[in-house]
Ligand binder design. Sequence first.
Ligand code: NAP
Length: 378
Amino acid sequence: MIYRKFGRTDAMVSQLGFGAMRFPLTEPYDPTKIDEVKAAEMLHYAIDNGVNFIDSAYPYHRQTSEIFLGKALKNGYRRKVYLSTKLPVWLVKAKTDSLRYFDEQLQRLQVDQIDMYLLHSLGKNSWKTVNEYGILDFVDKILDAEKIRYAGFSYHDDLPLFKEIVDAYPWKFCLIHLNYVDDQYQAGLEGMEYAYKKGLAVMVMEPLRGGRLANNVPPEVLSIMQQSGRTQTPAEFALRWVLNRPEVSCVLSGMSTLEQVIANVSFAAEEHVNSLTEEDLQLYYQAKKFYHSKTKVSCSQCGYCQPCKQKIPISFILDLYNDACMYDAVKESSWAYRVFIKPENRGDQCTECGECEEKCPQKIPVSELIKEAHELLK
Ligand SMILES: NC(=O)c1ccc[n+]([C@@H]2O[C@H](COP(=O)([O-])OP(=O)(O)OC[C@H]3O[C@@H](n4cnc5c(N)ncnc54)[C@H](OP(=O)(O)O)[C@@H]3O)[C@@H](O)[C@H]2O)c1
């Protein structure tokens, strides 16, 4: 295993981290039913082979990921890893809530201290919550009390707010969505460089776009990959792009089978920093262009279209629509559409009032596309 510096701290983290969000299940559609035998085997294999960063969060596996880790990290495994979890900021409705959730997390994980603690999924709304309920003061307190070792945040919004948040607190690290297709999405490469220059360790999530860059890869992309002359799987192609960057401390992957763990651990045993040539990077650019050519809507997720009178989450639906078309992932997008959006807020409820279209900087014909999306995903 190759280890990298964790920002300006003394910690050295394995360049591959284990995301505790996609463990195998005993019942396919019930995330609470973690297959604990298989999941423990995967986790122990990863740790025995050098992975020292385990990343969970309060809601993962519908709140059972932390509980499972509490059990699986016994017998000396806890000492071998940096344990990371996240405060569910969106659930904080009063000043006392942060401590309540944090104490619950310590209990679930069966620990007295969490190594890396993140404010989960910061964006415009959750950043308001952080300021309204004094969550940064709370982070100061748990740092002073040595209940956590390093404070950070995970991020899902635009670049300007990302920079503002980086500058707002002496964070030790951040966790951003980054892969070769989404290099300019949310914080993106520019955000990565910004945070790195400010001394934060940069952790990466969704390096395989949640599996989309590893499974069902279209022949056009496979043929681009082959031009590199390397024998590699699509997963390795995608991981290599992220690990090529010296600014990245650790790539998290939410592995869901032992085979994936073995493959990714073996890949992370090699050095990848600055391993890509200009010609290689051109191939990634071509693959990215191919995926983007299948984009249905040029929505930049700026959110100017909101609020919608019908409470339709416009940019979220357009994102799911794009995902379905770009990655041939209709089943996955359709699942998210039905699970996360109530029937009364779905695309077919659009009244064509046109307000969103007036506000959209890209002049996207929202009412037409939102209905198209609904027809595909309903
Ligand atoms: N803080 C946040 O807001 C946030 C959001 C997202 C993620 N995260 C964290 O970041 C971690 C990483 O994100 P992610 O889970 O989306 O990572 P990812 O690596 O992009 O996706 C993981 C999926 O990729 C596939 N995969 C992994 N290794 C593979 C291999 N060698 N060959 C083939 N397929 C492979 C599997 O999909 P299949 O099972 O479909 O094969 C796996 O479930 C999460 O687990 C979580 O800890 C945090």
